[in-house]
Ligand binder design. Structure first.
Ligand code: GLA
Length: 400
């Protein structure tokens, strides 16, 4: 098979088969509303700040998103997670915490928009949020309308306190309410993969969590990769598996581990939602620079955002835990991650016949060192740090 036809097979497979088992795209009524054609990129308050959210934090984060180069690198959504809401008014309207958000959500959204960014909020499809704030159950239409009035562009909808409710039904209610509200709003489904969202999520929202919450440790990040990988064929433009938000920069992993985390999210076409304190990336200290260089690595981001929209897959797993992952790209090249999960640095090899390169010669670009590693014939080897990754773009050279 030549390069072009092997790529076609991969792509056809991606659009015709779902993880639930060989359902054709014609039966898969994707939302297909033009939103999130590539995985959403932005920031969310939860991983770093939990309930400690405020207008001031969101304003400073939006400013830092611009000043740090994150916006220029493609990040756009600034999303407030749990704890911004305190009550409902007599009319049923959700009320933002007046002490923490004295200016109200509309003025805050205006500030975020004025920076050229987009604004997002969190709610819960059940009766209360995971932190016990008012949920949206029974108020779907009013909440969707309120968000649209405030200028919300992205909503993450959680699943705590939903006993006795059916996830597909409740999330579909929200989808319809958002549509009725008349503003384009990216819909992030967050029921942690409990109700097989890879089977119905694409008809309801633009992304769906596939796992429990990430924490800022290597083992947690790896466990999430292993789960998220199973649903690769459910993903595509406008519909993404969400292995949860990034922990890069939160301090619990080494920079090699963070590079591996970011590489893996990109090769899995995951939403890139930063979860660190963006203000801490502004200085020119060593760690601020290292984190900024990871999160704004354009070449790695380009893999995540590739227009073909294929979620990369593992193609080789040598003991002890040396894995090769590959993602076909729109221009016919392949993104490759060599993931070293073992505890010693190891030389790892990408073999053309395992990654779907059908020419003898290919040009290898290293996406972390930004070096052109030159032409290679049938394979490429490099040393990968323990708990680390190499990331490459491999471009076939056709005989002229
Ligand atoms: C759940 C979600 C998290 C976060 C918290 C907030 O655990 O999975 O991402 O939104 O709730 O309480």
């Amino acid at each position: 098979m030549n390069q072009r036809s092997s790529l076609t097979v991969f792509v056809v497979a991606a659009s015709c088969v779902t993880a639930s088992g060989f359902v054709h795209a014609a039966n898969d009524a994707r939302l297909d509303d033009g939103l999130a054609r590539t995985p959403p990129m932005g920031w969310n308050s939860w991983n770093r700040f939990h309930c400690d959210v405020s207008s001031q934090l969101i304003r400073e984060t939006a400013d830092a998103m611009v000043a740090s180069g994150m916006k220029e690198a493609g990040y756009q959504y600034v999303v407030i997670d749990d704890c911004w809401q305190v009550d409902r008014g007599a009319d049923g309207r959700i009320i933002a915490d007046p002490a923490r958000f004295p200016e109200g959500m509309k003025a805050l959204a205006d500030h975020v928009h004025a920076k050229g960014l987009k604004f997002g909020l969190y709610t819960d499809a059940g009766r209360r949020t995971c932190q016990g704030r008012p949920g949206s159950y029974g108020h779907e239409e009013l909440d969707a309308k309120t968000y649209a009035e405030w200028g919300v562009d992205y909503v993450k909808i959680d699943w705590c306190n939903s006993q006795g409710l059916d996830a597909r039904t409740q999330y579909a209610k929200f989808r319809d309410a958002l549509k009725q509200a008349g503003r384009p709003i990216v819909f992030s489904i967050c029921e942690w993969g409990f109700n097989q969202p890879w089977e119905w999520g694409s008809q309801t929202g633009h992304l769906w969590r596939t796992t429990n919450d990430i924490s800022d440790r290597w083992e947690s990040m790896i466990q999430i990769i292993d789960r998220n990988a199973q649903y690769a064929l459910a993903a595509g433009p406008g519909a993404w598996n969400d292995p949860d938000m990034l922990e890069v920069g939160n301090g619990g992993m080494t920079n090699d581990e963070y590079r591996a985390h970011f590489s893996m999210w990109a090769i899995m076409a995951a939403p890139l939602i930063a979860g660190n304190d963006l203000r801490a990336m502004l200085g020119d200290g060593r760690q601020a620079t290292a984190i900024r260089e990871i999160l704004t690595n354009r070449e790695v981001i380009a893999v995540d955002q590739d227009s073909l929209g294929v979620q990369g897959m593992m193609v080789t797993n040598y003991p002890p835990e040396l894995q090769v992952w590959v993602k076909p790209l729109a221009d016919g090249s392949r993104a490759v991650v060599l993931l070293n999960r073992a505890s010693v640095p190891t030389t790892m090899t990408a073999l053309w016949n395992r990654i779907g390169i059908t020419t003898d010669t290919a040009i290898v670009h290293d996406l972390w060192s930004h070096e052109n590693a030159g032409r290679a014939v049938s394979r490429y080897s490099t040393t990968v740090p323990s708990h680390g990754a190499a990331m490459l773009r491999i471009e076939p050279v056709r005989p002229s």
